[in-house]
Design a protein around this ligand. Sequence first.
Ligand SMILES: Cc1ncc(COP(=O)(O)O)c(C=O)c1O
Length: 375
Amino acid sequence: MTHASDGDGTRVVRAGQPEPVAGQPFLPGPVFAAPFHLGPGERYYARYENPTLVAFEEALSTLEGGPSVVFPSGMAAISAVLLTTLRPGDRVVVPSDGYFGTRVFAHEELARFDIRVEEVSTVDLDEVAGVGGLEGVALLLIESPSNPRLDVCNIEAVTEAAHDSGCLVAVDNTTATPLGLRPLDLGADFSLAADTKALSGHSDLLLGHVASRGPDRATRLRDWRTRSGTVPGPFEVWLAHRSLGTLELRLDRQSANARALANALVSHPAVTGLRYPGLPSDPSHDQFTREMRRPVGLLSFELADAATVQSFLSASRLAVAATSFGGLHTTVDRRAQWGGDRVPEGFVRISCGCEDTADLVADFVAAADSLGSLQ
Ligand SMILES: Cc1ncc(COP(=O)(O)O)c(C=O)c1O
């Protein structure tokens, strides 16, 4: 249902949808089944195949540019890549500044299989890869923009150097989504994501996927999913597919809101260290303009301490205190409260929602102004 020349808005509306059939819905509802009636050549059990998953995977494959396999969460997608590519004795590099759940999984679960886990920060990767630092490494996991500090990696250069060293590359594309970044086009072997976030975008489900280059990798991941039983339920998958159609609209508003908040707060006296790769003054701006197809809806900055973040939240009407990101509501997450990120107590990640830009800017600036006397 999509053409190669279609723009992003057209592709997300049409991807994975069936050809029109009179009297049938645009997107058929979720198929709830464990076994199916048996017949020659037909599907027989939902751990192996479910048409709702097949349709959503087709949509993701269109957007990513490679065959995609869905998983019940972002972590299930990440662990599937790690566990299908690594063997005992291997070395794996994960981002020191990416989603902390990935580091926890790697350190706590892979070490038992005698897999050596090493960490490199997103800004150092280019140099490490360039001087042969990935020699002997089996898999490199990149997260770009990194979460929560939003550093952007030079994926194409790092991937080329990694491949020269015989190292596979997987990119966690959660923050950008395939509309913002196409890691497979930049040479990566895997593009994976927590579709829990912006891709589904309504803060109402957990889901993940892995897109890969070449059919063999997708088959291996599908076999892993069937054998391990990490199969998502059809309702979540259908909800995500239903939500996908508005992805471009949501990203446009979310990134417009992030840019407006970044501009309004970057020089505010209560705020320090504001990061938004879309700002020309941001350390990641050049890299962002080189590889990313559109800006993200996230920004981060520091307030004085945890109590100041609480005061900010109390003073704001529109900022919702919540973790996760990419949803319709603007959320503020004080990352130090979770203990996994190496950030100061007053560091916050803002996920911009789809509220009116003027409302959001007025609300955030007023909340920041109210902190003046507390600093
Ligand atoms: C960048 C990134 N990758 C993966 C995950 C894990 O996703 P899930 O919570 O769906 O398992 C998260 C969750 O916050 C994330 O931020």
